[in-house]
Ligand binder design. Sequence first.
Ligand code: 3UK
Length: 539
Amino acid sequence: MDGMMMETVSAHIDGFARERLPPRDQWPEFRFTLPQLRYPARLNCASVLLDRNLAARADHPALVTPAETLTYGQLAERVNRIAHVLVNRTGLVPGNRVLLRGANTAWMVAAYFAVLKAGGIVVATMPLLRAKELGQILRKASISHALCDARLRDALAEADAPALRHVLHWGDGELEALCDAESRDFKACDTAAEDIALIGFTSGTTGEPKGTLHFHRDMLAICDAYGREVLRPEPSDVFIGSPPLAFTFGLGGLVLFPFSVGATAVLLERASPEDLLPAIARHHATVCFTAPTAYRAMAAKAGEHDLSSLRKCVSAGEALPRPVFDAWREATGLSLMDGIGATEMLHIFIAAREEQIRPGATGLPVPGYEAKVIDADGAKVPRGTPGRLAVRGPTGCRYLDDPRQARYVEDGWNITGDTYIQDGDGYFWYQARSDDMIISAGYNIAGPEVEAALLTHPLVQECGVIGVPDDERGMVVKAFVVLADGGAGDAALVRALQEHVKAEIAPYKYPRQVEFVDRLPRTETGKLQRFALRQGVVA
Ligand code: 3UK
């Protein structure tokens, strides 16, 4: 028995996930430097986040969706009934993994909390995943149970998953009918703070997906660190946004943070920029979570909608280019709150409160976290020098049975794979993913900086910049550009864009190659797929 398990006894009868935590010497160091991060040995995060809203806020709307509105009281009831179904009808025991498959709906959230409350481990999946990808996840986490939106049943039914024994659907009346027969009260499983609550699979670009393990404690830690210290939501807030709940950016931004203060979350099944704008106006949303590209698209059309209810807008998932920050401020008067997060860290660990924002910088370590920039050997580099980002705090990386653990954690620090510069005032400035740094004729060039320069040209709607092999220079900078209004580019426009970049940033960074494309390859979490650009997989 290791140290953790001697202090507190796990509630998990099924120890599959716990037994596949990385060896202790490969864990990051966990730090609980804020008073609110000292958690009791036993806690169930679903009880803490839901049930404590019942006393004062049972009649306050918790979830608003196109289909229904649920108060905290109604949501708690649905959660409890689903938890009973899991235990009574499917024999769920604590520690079993439960796959959740659905868009951002009230049933998805209720199922999520039901699994946690019953002591199960949530494995939420992106709606767009196909049978092959679902099969990888189902097998890797040896998943026995699934709760699935009936509209998404086919891919799940086709997945190769030997351990999957119980699949229930909502939306076709199946789970609904089973719930009706159950009690509305459910006593939460007495989980340890360090029992695993969630396996978050990374939207990895290559190789097998990695499952990141997170404890019950971690789900509260992100609310008590980033939420309480940086975002600072109010009970009267109305949250809205686009990320799927299977992406931990969405889990925190659309569920955990609002619930941590008893606020309301608006969930949209379709949340493109065109959907989000009228929804913000209709629901008088006050806090928005989405990706930089969505803010850019929304800024262009902001004038057609009443966005005056907004008070905080969080951008994460990719670098926030300065021109997007400027466009959003121009359109709404609000400073976008950039923040870097990672599935491994559960949520955002570098960001800034509104009054601390330095446009163009990601920000400062979130209170409770420490960050530093290091060289290849792990030594801290001087301020102003690019290097590898290392972070530690109350959350951190624990992959499920994966040798890549040894690469993410060095000396107790989480190595995110990003190249950063820390300035003299302590602010962290994103450069690029370390793997994406372009080295051309001896110069280090960060693609996102070239992208930001291109984005200030009025004809550029979106762009992606990579390095492509070149005999003479090793690599040259190549830009893929989507033109505004779908215009077609020509040689004259290539030259104009090159001149534009040379005037904006150091001339040696200009894209020697420019290719016009209809759209850029993106992951379901909105990230540009640079590897696809490098392989020539463009639309
Ligand atoms: C990149 C950023 C620059 C960066 C995430 C908020 O994106 C999230 O998690 P993922 O595991 O990806 C992590 C990687 O994405 N990145 C994210 N945010 C920024 N780069 N500026 C940013 N603001 O390369 C990081 O290593 O998909 C984001 C909350 C929860 C999350 N899971």
